[in-house]
Design a protein around this ligand. Sequence first.
Ligand code: ZN
Length: 124
Amino acid sequence: MSQAEYRAELRSAIDTAKQHPRNAMPEIATTLSIELRQSGSRYVAAHCPFCDRKGKFTINQRGGEWVFGCFRNSCEGKRPGDVISLLERVGSMSRRDAVRHLLDRAGIEHPYDRFMREREEGRK
Ligand SMILES: [Zn+2]
């Protein structure tokens, strides 16, 4: 497998993992102790995990992708992000760990692990 092939496989695995119901952002936010209430199609946090303000941090879907953001201008959470970004910025995970976490939750084998397994099997 070439570098380019590997990167394409990883990208596609991440896309699939992000669509998995277990990785829906409200679900992940709850695992990060963010308290949410549903308001129509969006979710509002009791307290923003960045600035702690009430009712400023929301989660919703844009074009089928979950996105979070805080309405407060001076908040670090103002910059919107996806579920990987939420794990990085609120869960203090590295991007690598966040990706593995989502793949595990979706029951998808990491392309790197598959590559290593197939190489190992090829040796037998
Ligand atoms: Zn905030």
